[in-house]
Ligand binder design. Structure first.
Ligand code: T5A
Length: 206
């Protein structure tokens, strides 16, 4: 039986580092799994990702940013996520709509109701079966991300933007505890992975 699992959190909290760990756990328990990401996952989505993350000559308006996230998502759902779920696969996605609530809703302070309307339009009733939010203080995530690469267009935002993003993620976890959990990512990687494993076991995913 297929499951849709997403990984979320502010910059540098370890989504990419933990993605392969989860895939390995799923595959070790006989669950075929595809790994994908947002924005991205299709040719159009990756092109939109580049437009969204590169340093633009001209400021991208907040509404255009929001719509481009959902345009990439519509393509991703149509070409990758829904077909994989229909084929009985596990889909592990690095960021999904909770990122839109956190970054465009929390960070950019766009209306959460407007995001919910777009979510309904693009996804219908489809929601991830489990969303794991890796949570760490903003300075910890930024420090880790900064060691890895130069900041992209969104990463160059100031700390208060990322505080709002983090807080919106925590609100989502409080609002939907049945499908969204948080993991303390301000721990050594092995302990973060132990917490992730416990979440997957307690929800009968592995
Ligand atoms: N976005 C996305 C929106 O605004 N709206 C949306 O709807 C969507 C879908 C995407 C950007 O787009 C925005 C959000 C983002 O700004 P991205 O590449 O997906 O960008 O996201 P990033 O957060 O930029 O990804 P990063 O690769 O920076 O962060 P990760 O994946 O969370 O962190 P990771 O695994 O690369 O780790 C960073 C460093 O920390 C180390 C790792 O080794 C690595 O060096 N590390 C640890 N060190 C110590 N202890 C631990 N526990 C560690 N875990 C990892």
């Amino acid at each position: 039986m297929s499951k849709f699992i997403t990984l979320e959190g502010i910059e540098g909290v370890g989504k990419t580092s933990n993605r392969d760990y989860i895939r390995d756990l799923l595959e070790a328990t006989g669950k075929p799994c595809i790994v994908t990401r947002e924005p991205g996952g299709t040719a159009l989505g990756e092109a939109l990702r580049e437009l969204l993350l590169q340093h633009a000559q001209e400021k991208i308006s907040d509404d255009a940013e929001l719509l481009l996230m959902f345009a990439a998502r519509a393509e991703h759902l149509h070409k990758v996520i829904r077909p994989a779920l229909a084929a009985g696969k596990y889909v592990l996605c690095d960021r999904f709509t909770e990122a839109t609530y956190a970054y465009q809703g929390g960070g950019r302070q766009l209306s959460m109701d407007k995001i919910a309307e777009l979510e309904k339009l693009v996804q219908g009733d489809l929601r991830p079966d489990l969303t794991i939010i890796l949570d760490a203080p903003v300075d910890v995530g930024r420090e880790r991300a900064g060691q890895r690469s130069a900041p992209d267009r969104i990463e160059q935002e100031k700390n208060d933007f990322f505080e709002r993003v983090r807080s919106a993620y925590l609100d989502l976890a409080n609002l939907h505890p049945e499908r969204i959990c948080t993991v303390d990512a301000n721990q050594p990687l092995a302990q973060v992975q132990q917490q992730i494993k416990q979440q997957l076991q307690s929800r009968d995913i592995i």
